[in-house]
Design a protein around this ligand. Structure first.
Ligand SMILES: [Fe+2]
Ligand SMILES: [Fe+2]
Length: 396
């Protein structure tokens, strides 16, 4: 059993024992002692202090999913009590840890927890609570115009997407230098995007605004992952499917890593040769992904199909007409939405209204009409709010 798993088991065990025995009872003290000892010995890679993120069905230690905790149901209970994240600010004493446990227990015993409010709780040296987003409400005038009318509650701001952007940049260099797709890191980025989307009572779509043209693929990939997960959630997909679609969204343009920057950021029209290079990215991407991991079948399909239109147009050219996978049709909608909403060297960003009208116009020929309808409903009716974040590293 790994160290973080031993700690979590001891942590859950002491919460259970604390409901049975009063302070000072030997069983209780023993349980707290052993949880404290486990915590005290715990560090993240690089010597960082431990941090846990709890999702309904998963626990993440630092950036790594704890696969051994599949049947541990305390994550769900902690989330229900408004505790999605737990991190140490410094080494804590046994006494501080004990009062932290008491606070957690008290929160878990409350019959109703107001999860609409984002709280950051602090027991000396330990921060825990729900997750919020750092950032501004849509600062893009295009987004502002479309979303200003939506009622919104400001959340306590905590996260940026700096680390996620950095991880994705690293992932691209890994693949570029001949490595395979680092699945764990891709999943970690998607999981933390998913946490960022749910720190509030209503789904939030944290989107990045492009600052440098050469960062387009990173910003765009993270945005497509977020939008795809948002759409999948609106369609009622299960959390596991949503995250698989998130990974597929994140990797859809991975075939672009070897395209020269001059072609990617060329302001004018591409010549035939450049167009051919550009249009080869779905096939290259699918190949890179397929060579990497068997678990990435859906991502490979999406990379291959995301420029194929509903009526068979687009690229790569398919010789036998067939329907593309649902995930590909879904990513296709989100891909075009983000591409048009972003300023490119050859055109300005389109306002959100214009982009939505474009999707609606082409629903039935280029896009799956049901997906377009759900996507636009999600954005327009405020089932999700858009938040524009910076990709600066998170302040510590
Ligand atoms: Fe693409
Ligand atoms: Fe794309």
């Amino acid at each position: 059993m790994s160290d973080p798993v031993r700690f979590l088991n001891a942590f859950a065990h002491s919460l259970g024992v604390m409901t049975l025995y009063a302070e000072g009872h030997p069983s209780r003290e023993k349980a707290v002692d052993s949880a404290f000892d486990e915590l005290d010995g715990l560090t993240l890679p690089g010597g960082h202090l431990p941090a846990f993120t709890f999702l309904e069905d998963e626990v993440v230690f630092g950036r790594e999913r704890l696969r051994e905790l599949k049947s541990w149901d305390w994550g769900k209970r902690l989330v229900a009590a408004g505790i999605e994240r737990l991190e140490l600010e410094r080494r804590v004493t046994r006494e501080e840890f004990n009062s932290f446990l008491e606070e957690v227990l008290a929160r878990m015993m409350l019959s109703t927890v107001d999860t609409t409010e984002v709280r950051q709780m602090r027991s000396l040296g330990i921060r825990y609570g729900a997750v919020g987003l750092q950032g501004r409400d849509a600062i893009d005038p295009a987004l502002d115009a479309a979303f200003a009318s939506l009622p919104g509650v400001m959340t306590t701001l905590e996260l940026t997407l700096g680390e996620e952007a950095e991880t994705f940049r690293w992932l691209q260099t890994e693949i570029k230098s001949g490595g395979s797709v680092p699945l764990l890191e891709a999943e970690a980025v998607v999981r933390s995007l998913s946490v960022a989307m749910h720190g509030d009572s209503r789904m939030v779509l944290p989107l990045l605004k492009l600052k440098e043209f050469d960062q387009y693929t990173t910003t765009h990939s993270l945005n497509v992952a977020v939008l795809s997960m948002g759409l999948a959630e609106s369609l009622g997909c299960r959390p596991k499917e949503i995250r698989a679609i998130g990974v597929a969204g994140l990797l859809h343009d991975i075939g672009k890593i070897r395209i020269p920057l001059e072609v990617l950021t060329k302001p004018g029209k591409l010549n035939d040769e450049e167009r051919a290079i550009m249009n080869s990215h779905p096939i290259d991407g699918a190949r890179v992904i397929m060579q990497s991991d068997q678990d990435l079948g859906m991502a490979a399909t999406v990379a291959y199909e995301h420029h194929i239109m509903l009526d068979g147009g687009g690229y790569p050219v398919i010789h036998y007409r067939r329907e593309c996978a649902m995930a590909s049709r879904l990513v296709h909608v989100c891909d075009v939405y983000d591409a048009l909403s972003t300023k490119r060297p050859y055109r300005d960003a389109w306002p959100a209204e214009r982009t939505m009208a474009y999707l609606e116009e082409r629903a039935g020929t280029e896009f799956d009409p049901e997906l377009v309808a759900t996507f636009i409903r999600t954005l327009k009716q405020g089932q999700a709010r858009v938040r524009v974040l910076s990709d600066e590293p998170q302040p510590t």
